[in-house]
Design a protein around this ligand. Structure first.
Ligand code: SAM
Length: 247
């Protein structure tokens, strides 16, 4: 059957950062909805859908067969980037996982990750780890988005392997750390989803700090790190307008 593939708004944002005629790998593809959507819209696109678990791998195969996209999408079973050989993909998508897992998938096969032109990551949490990985592996963060869908807030990070490209980060290490946490583009835009996320994170961190203060043995070093992060959140939540000076 060749009916239209439907996709969440979150994954539509991810799809929007793939070029026409993309040749990409979607790692942790689950039902392979993203590659199916992209390849159905763009007959020139090609995709490898990678899955580590048998159930999602079977679901991905079914989606590809159902939409008759076997010519464009290959579904492969395996852990992270082990399903890919160098040169097989120009873009990598890793969406819907925590930042630590995304980073570990990139790090475990770093030579494969570093061989592509673009990585699009959609970490559900800990986007900071992904920004840091990009920065340390020669990828320039070229765009970020933050959006709300069905009660959750999602971040999408897009990084290109390019030299001599404008870096969004400040030279000052402390300010750069703040940018890793909040997002160098998102912090300037400060849309509703950004305000919602960081208002919630601020309240969570205040609770943690208060609990740490009451503990029998206080970890002052960790508490000081948390206090710094809390100050960054407050600075941005209570600052009106763009903030090029500080971040
Ligand atoms: N990417 C889809 C999305 O954004 O909607 C699916 C996200 S789903 C929450 C995470 C998927 O990643 C699961 O299907 C899981 O089996 C797969 N996964 C987790 N760790 C993986 C790994 N190391 N390699 C490949 N797939 C993995």
């Amino acid at each position: 059957m060749n009916s239209n593939v439907s996709l969440s708004n979150r994954l539509k944002i991810v799809a929007g950062y793939l070029p026409q005629g993309a040749c990409f790998a979607d790692i942790g593809s689950d039902h392979a909805y993203l590659p199916a959507y992209v390849c159905q819209k763009d007959p020139e696109a090609k995709a490898i859908a990678g899955e580590v678990n048998q159930g999602p791998f079977d679901s991905a195969k079914k989606t590809v067969q159902f939409h008759q996209l076997e010519e464009q999408i290959e579904v492969r079973l395996g852990d992270g980037l082990t399903v890919l050989r160098e040169g097989e993909a120009d873009q990598i998508v890793i969406a819907g996982m925590g930042g630590a897992l995304i980073t570990s998938i990139l790090e475990t096969q770093a030579s494969i990750a570093e061989s592509v032109d673009r990585i699009i990551a959609q970490p559900n949490v800990d986007a900071r780890e992904v920004r840091r990985w990009f920065d340390q592996h020669g990828f320039t963060l070229i765009a970020e988005e933050i959006m709300a869908e069905q009660g959750h807030i999602y971040e999408v990070l897009v990084a290109d392997r390019q030299i001599n490209v404008f870096s969004p980060y400040n030279d000052n290490d402390q300010i750069k750390e703040k940018q890793f946490l909040l997002g160098p583009y998102l912090v300037n835009e400060k849309n509703d989803a950004f305000i919602k996320k960081w208002t919630w994170e601020k309240a969570k961190l205040e609770r943690i700090i208060s609990q740490m203060q009451q503990a029998k043995q206080v970890n002052y070093e960790r508490m000081s790190e948390f206090q710094t992060e809390l100050n960054w959140m407050k600075e941005e939540l209570y600052y009106e307008g763009t903030n090029d000076e500080t971040c």
